[in-house]
Design a protein around this ligand. Sequence first.
Ligand code: FES
Length: 175
Amino acid sequence: MSQQTTTDKATDGAPVVFRPEALAEYHEILTHYPERRAALGTVLWLAQREFGWISPAVEQYICELMELPPAWVEGVVSFYSMYHRRPMGRSHIQVCTNISCYLRGAEDIYGAVSKRLDIEAGEVTADGKFSLERVECLGSCGTAPMLQLNDRFHENLTVEQVVEMLGKLERGEKL
Ligand code: FES
């Protein structure tokens, strides 16, 4: 199927279309599923990585690409909180504050991130570099406290480690 192109006002009118590398990844993902619709969650994850969030234009693009009904795609996007329905920072930080993490200092971790970035949960820094969320258990209770930075877990954290991590990100260094 040829790639459909839509535009997205929310992303400065840039065309919503996978880069060739992402398109190749999309086709590779499909090989792991018995039918296309079963791959939807993984493809949406790929789309979020590519476009930063699942805007209406991204949703439409995925519908067309996968030949799935809009209601099906909308249902999955709206059900799972891991899909962002508004722009997030390039470094999206999700601090788990559920019970195991809470008991091992999650509030201190959250507070350190919030103070350093000067934002609260649900906010994005003015420069668009960071966003912050509190989240429920991410399934890594044995290594609490932890946070997720984009698609990677950072575990057994201390406040000092978090401050160092943010410093590196602010300087554009790789973690
Ligand atoms: S409570 Fe934080 S990962 Fe489970």
